[in-house]
Design a protein around this ligand. Structure first.
Ligand SMILES: [Zn+2]
Length: 375
């Protein structure tokens, strides 16, 4: 259980296989985000039809509503949401630090106000670990202190130190819970903002704590310029162990390609479903806004290369009509296509890595998607 095998590499890009209690995943992999225990507008059958193998659910949201005890009574998270393939839960750290209700952080944990009922609640490393244990995903994440992308070194240092202290507490609690039944693994999150020396030190300290089955890179894609994220990944890559590497909250096509090129294996983001609901679709030639008048009588599919239900059944003209008429089907169809687009992108990257031709593949992909002459 929880094995990761690197099957091929092309430069720093890797193709791997990750074995989890609910199934085996081929990497690179994009995981759709099921914030409330549902990927918005998509059923588990929809997700299976587009090849999703791993789905993320949000601990914070499920804790405040309906509460992990309700989820447990209804058979734990897999049964609750009707998804029998692997699941990952985040720790709630990102939500409590970024949502409106954030109140106070100290070494014990974070006090916040529920966005549902306004009640004061506290999340500690132990509680975040227990909630995730009760939800029962294959992969749980350590509770971390997230700071904004532009945080100065003193703030990032303070958050890193707290994250490291919390990691030891998460690990201890998870070991106790997991002692008799090895059905969940805990992954640490590397913080350190845009400060390489902090991230290098954080990485060393995480690895000194013991064996892990995966490693997440958090606190990137949180408002800093993209070049900063790419540069950080490039500098970290040679120092990273052979574990699966999960870049949190990244899901725009050009970022996936750039991060895989720099050795990342797993991604999650709400972008495909959020953009889909706004009428924006990913295509090999760049994003398309289906609301635009030019699509009014366009008989072509959204993406002629795509095998999803949306692209094999409907014209751009019909999809535009659904959005203009504010029909719910439009939200579902664009969400479905965008998730399929990112899963196919990951599949294409995996194939290019196996051919040891990632660099040329990425240059050609960028030329078409970003309409640039250069890589
Ligand atoms: Zn499609």
């Amino acid at each position: 259980m929880f094995e990761f095998e690197i099957q091929a590499a092309s430069g720093a890009a890797r193709a791997g296989r990750l074995t989890l209690p609910h199934g085996t995943i081929e990497t690179p992999v994009f995981m759709p985000v099921g914030t409330q225990g549902t990927v918005r507008a998509l059923s588990p059958n929809d997700l299976r039809s587009v090849g999703a193998t791993l789905v993320l659910a949000n601990t914070y949201h499920l804790h405040v509503r309906p509460g992990e005890q309700v989820v447990e009574k209804l058979g734990a998270l897999h049964r609750f949401m009707g998804w029998d393939r692997p699941l990952l839960t985040d720790s709630g750290g990102f939500q409590v630090f970024s949502l409106e209700g954030f109140r106070r952080v100290d070494d014990d944990g974070v006090e916040f106000q529920s966005h549902v009922d306004g009640g004061r609640r506290t999340l500690t490393p132990e509680r975040a670990t227990e909630i995730q244990w009760t939800l029962g995903a294959d992969i749980a994440m350590a509770f971390d202190h997230v700071v904004p992308g532009g945080a100065d070194e003193a703030i990032a240092r303070d958050a890193l130190e707290r994250t490291m202290r919390w990691l030891e507490r998460c690990r201890k609690r998870h070991k106790d819970l997991n002692a008799s039944d090895d059905h969940q693994t805990l992954w640490p999150i590397l913080q350190g903002g845009a400060h390489l020396q902090l991230r290098t030190e954080g990485l060393r300290r995480i690895l000194e704590l013991g064996d892990w089955t995966g490693l997440a890179i958090g606190g990137l894609s949180v408002g800093e310029p993209k070049a900063v994220m790419y540069d950080m990944l490039e500098r970290l890559e040679p120092k990273l162990p052979a574990l699966p590497r999960y870049l949190m909250g990244v899901g725009f096509p050009q970022d996936l390609v750039a991060a895989v090129e720099r050795g990342v294996d797993l991604f999650d983001c709400v972008a495909p479903t959020r953009n889909g609901r706004n009428g924006s679709a990913f295509t090999p030639d760049g994003p398309v806004n289906i609301r635009n008048a030019e699509h009014r009588a366009d008989p072509r599919p959204l993406d002629a290369t795509c095998d999803c239900e949306t692209c094999t059944t409907f014209s751009r003209g019909y999809l535009r009509h659904l959005f203009v008429a504010e029909e719910l089907l439009g939200l579902r169809l664009l969400s479905l296509h965008n998730v399929r687009y990112l899963i196919r992108l990951a599949e294409a990257m995996r194939a290019a890595i196996r051919r040891n031709a990632f660099g040329p593949w990425a240059a050609e992909w960028r030329r078409r998607y970003l309409h640039t002459g250069s890589a």
